[in-house]
Design a protein around this ligand. Structure first.
Ligand SMILES: [Zn+2]
Length: 221
């Protein structure tokens, strides 16, 4: 990026701050005092999928975590830290796992090329593909298969969010928390609900359930 375009970013920023202030003179004072977002967005790092803009939310309204291919990996302390802070401290009401069609990360997982270190990250997506092989066999083109993998990956990450101790403990103490899986189409800018939402421990397989110290079962032990 040239020096001119960096200068431009600061100019854009001053213009944006001026416009926001004109529309609501208290906006920045309120924002600086506290953030109280109702949503945690877990999305792809892809520059074409900006969290706030897509759902028409302002700064302060959505807590955001993005990584390559919107993954929730149980050993990823970065993602888990964001989730824990969002659920336990900010008390968000919804976790939105948002993938997008034709995701480069998902495509790289689908293809068998050697991409170096990132393949270890994407191996989690390969596991999703392996678990649903028959669905892929039913499709003809690679593009369709990649898009199916984008959808299945979102659903799998929703399951991962629900299987964390963080979400299960929130449910056990009666906190309202809905986890959703959505997918965004770059071609038309539209979001689609993949209908895999969950808001209770009964929706996750028994073997993944944690007997929380907040639950009735724990007091019986
Ligand atoms: Zn992506």
């Amino acid at each position: 990026m040239s020096r001119t375009s960096i200068t431009e970013l600061f100019r854009n920023n001053r213009e944006w701050a001026r416009e926001v202030h004109e529309a609501d003179p208290d906006f920045f004072a309120k924002l600086a005092a506290q953030q109280s977002p109702e949503y945690l967005w877990i999305g792809c790092s892809d520059s074409r999928v900006p969290a706030n803009q897509i759902v028409g939310l302002l700064p302060g309204e959505v807590f955001v975590h993005r990584n390559v291919a919107n993954m929730v990996v149980h050993t990823d302390f970065n993602c888990l830290t964001v989730l824990q802070y969002a659920v336990d401290v900010l008390k968000v009401k919804h976790v939105l796992v948002v993938g997008h069609y034709n995701c480069g990360g998902v495509r790289a997982a689908y293809e068998d090329a050697d991409n170096g270190m990132i393949d270890n990250w994407l191996r989690n997506i390969k596991d999703v593909q392996f678990a649903h092989q028959e669905k892929f066999d039913a499709l003809d083109s690679d593009d369709e298969k990649v898009d199916l993998l984008c959808e299945l990956n979102v659903m799998s990450q929703v399951a991962n969010v629900c299987r964390t101790t963080i979400v299960q403990n929130a449910w056990a103490r009666g906190q309202q928390l809905d986890v959703h899986g959505w997918i965004y189409r770059l071609k038309d800018g539209l979001l689609r609900d993949l209908n895999c939402s969950a808001n209770s421990v009964e929706q996750i397989p028994e073997m993944y359930r944690v007997i929380s110290k907040h639950s009735d079962l724990a007091t019986l032990r």
